[in-house]
Structure formats: structure tokens, C-alpha cells
Design a protein around this ligand. Structure first.
Ligand code: TRP
Ligand code: SF4
Length: 330
């Protein structure tokens, strides 16, 4: 029996290279060894986007198309939408009953977001419960393993605490304590050297057009000490170098030397990188246009995903209702 994985992404916008290198690539590999459930966390997206939900549905479909185009396989994995499986909300409630307020108020990601996000109002009841819904996502499928980036570790820790509490109150080992599988990907920074993020507008989309990739790469920040071509470059202080190491590792050594010895200028170096990225994204974009012309295939995949997710979720919910004596069957 393969171990089960559950992971999710919030459909808050189109996916970019940061999503691919940080998460998707890893998901694709995990499909070989795990029984994978990959979820579009649309309720979680609404927790921050509730004031402007206009593009939610479009983002959901667009993200699923990117997942498939990058190699998430609907035969091997269960791909589904969180809001289509109502068990998430039922378990969210059941877990909310026993989650102390202090655990949530103390959660570092919560405090950080309240402090740093200024363009939306996150001081809501639901947003405080974000990690409880995430715990429900994981426990609903009794996933043993959860691949996450470092930023999600506090949520995983909370999930484990909630799990112990539930098991302690009602039944030992009804839920396995999930383990985080930390994604140690070569971190890809944004075009300006900060974290790649929609809100910084420093990304390259998986669906970015070649001419836009060329423009964006030409505007990337480079080694600040290199002003003229004749100034020796410091590749280790240049963000482009980070991109070469992820997308063209075999070219990196020569490039480093050429940069240090002023044999290559930044404009040329950027031109080359743009072409590398365009070539890298070409097969993904080809897959994408196939799916864009075949929306029926996407809805079939999501329907099958919903069916498979429901089969597991309904069983867990019956078990939970029995444990807390809700009269679901009289
Ligand atoms: N909070 C996660 C993120 O922002 C998304 C998510 C929702 C998730 N539910 C999950 C991740 C369950 C792993 C497991 O990236
Ligand atoms: Fe960076 Fe390339 Fe310029 Fe060197 S040549 S500083 S690696 S952009």
C-alpha cells in the first residue's frame, strides 16, 4: 500500500515559475511513490479574496490546466476542488470545536499576514480558522504525508496538535499524525530578487508569451557592481545565475567564468536566458493549448477527481460523526 499524500494550492491567480520550481515539480515526482490527492483550495483562496471573487472560477480551471500540463496525471493522482467535497467544511467544524483560540491567535503566519497584508481586510472569523480548514483537508483523507514549503510548516504543526487532541478526546489513532515533507527546491527568486509573487509583479507565468518573457528577462536585476561590460561580474551575486542553475545547470560553469572575465555582457546573458526559458516552457504551453481547446477533458478529470475524493471523505465523515455522536444514521 502506498502512503497517501494530500497537498493543495490556492487559486488566487495564474501560476508562475515559482509555483513550478517550488511545488509542482515536486508533486509530479511524488506521484511515483505515493497515492496523491491534489486539491484546488478554493475556500482557502476566498479567505483572502472574498471581496473580489470575480476571477476565482477562471483561476481554478487555469491552475488545473497548468497542473496537468506540467505532468500531474489524472490517472495516477486524484485532482479535485475543495468546495466540491462538503466533508471539508464538516470536518472543519468538528475540528473547530476542539481547537483552542490561543493556538490560532499565536500562529506565526496569521500574525504575520495581519501585520503585512494591508490591501485587504483579513481580520475575519474565517481567516483565523485558516489552519483548521487546512487540518481538515489533510485529515479528511487521512494523509500521512504533506508536501509543503517552509512557509507552511506552522500550519502542519497545528494540524498535528489538532490531530493529537482529536485522537486523545475520542479515539486513539483514528487519524494518523501527518508528517510534513519539506520541499527543498532550489529557491527561485522573482525577477527583482525578492520572493516571486503575484503581488510584487516580478514573475514569469507558465503561460507567458515568448515576447513577454524576452521583455521581462531584459529587465531583470543583475550584479549591481557591474556597470560596464569591462567590469568583471560576480555571478554569485546575480539573480540570473540563480535562474541558470535551475534551468540550464550544464551552462552555468562556463557562464560564471565568462561573466567573471568580462567575456559576456549582461544583455547577451539575458538574451540567452530568455531563450532557455522559452524553450523550457514550450512543451508545457503546448500541452496547455491542447487542454484549452478541450474543456470537456478538464471537466471529466475534475468530475472523476470529485468522485474519488468523495469516496474517501464520506467514509471519514461517517466515522467522525459516530465518534462525536451526531445522529447521521438513526
Ligand atoms: N495553505 C496552503 C498554501 O497556501 C494551501 C493548502 C490548503 C494546503 N490546504 C492544504 C496545503 C492542505 C497542504 C495541505 O500553500
Ligand atoms: Fe549576471 Fe549574466 Fe551579467 Fe554575469 S553576465 S552579471 S551572470 S547577467
Amino acid at each position: 500500500m502506498k502512503k497517501r499524500i494530500l497537498s493543495g494550492m490556492r487559486p488566487t491567480g495564474k501560476l508562475h515559475l515559482g509555483h513550478l520550481v517550488g511545488a509542482l515539480d515536486n508533486w509530479v515526482k511524488l506521484q511515483e511513490d505515493y497515492d496523491c490527492f491534489f486539491m484546488v483550495a478554493d475556500w482557502h483562496a476566498l479567505m483572502s479574496e472574498y471581496e473580489n471573487p470575480q476571477s476565482l472560477k477562471e483561476n481554478i480551471l487555469d491552475n488545473v490546466i497548468d497542473w496537468l500540463s506540467c505532468g500531474i496525471s489524472p490517472e495516477r493522482s486524484t485532482i479535485f476542488i475543495q468546495s466540491q467535497v462538503k466533508g471539508h467544511l464538516e470536518l472543519y467544524m468538528a475540528l473547530s470545536l476542539m481547537t483552542p483560540l490561543g493556538w490560532l491567535e499565536r500562529c506565526p503566519t496569521y500574525k504575520e499576514q495581519l501585520r503585512e497584508v494591508t490591501n485587504r481586510d483579513l481580520s475575519t472569523y474565517a481567516f483565523l480558522g485558516y489552519p483548521v480548514l487546512q487540518a481538515a483537508d489533510i485529515l479528511l483523507y487521512k494523509a500521512q504525508t504533506v508536501p509543503v514549503g517552509e512557509d507552511q510548516l506552522p500550519h502542519l504543526e497545528l494540524t498535528r496538535e489538532i490531530t493529537r487532541r482529536f485522537n486523545g478526546l475520542y479515539k486513539d489513532e483514528v487519524f494518523p499524525e501527518p508528517q510534513a515533507l519539506l520541499t527543498r527546491s532550489a529557491r527561485l527568486l522573482g525577477l527583482d530578487g525578492r520572493k516571486m509573487s503575484k503581488s510584487y509583479n516580478n514573475y514569469i507565468l507558465l503561460s507567458e508569451k515568448p515576447e513577454d518573457i524576452r521583455k521581462k528577462v531584459q529587465n531583470m536585476f543583475t550584479d549591481p557592481k557591474r556597470i560596464k561590460l569591462s567590469d568583471p561580474g560576480h555571478p554569485d551575486q546575480c539573480n540570473l545565475n540563480n535562474y541558470y542553475s535551475v534551468f540550464a545547470p550544464s551552462e552555468k560553469k562556463d557562464l560564471d567564468e565568462a561573466c567573471r572575465n568580462s567575456r559576456i555582457g549582461c544583455t547577451e546573458c539575458k538574451k540567452r536566458l530568455a531563450e532557455i526559458l522559452i524553450k523550457f516552457l514550450e512543451p508545457i504551453q503546448k500541452e496547455r493549448s491542447g487542454y484549452e481547446n478541450n474543456k470537456k477533458a478538464i471537466s471529466d478529470i475534475l468530475e472523476e477527481g470529485r468522485r474519488r475524493a468523495l469516496a474517501v471523505a464520506d467514509k471519514t465523515i461517517s466515522e467522525v460523526k459516530d465518534l462525536i455522536n451526531l445522529a447521521h444514521e438513526l
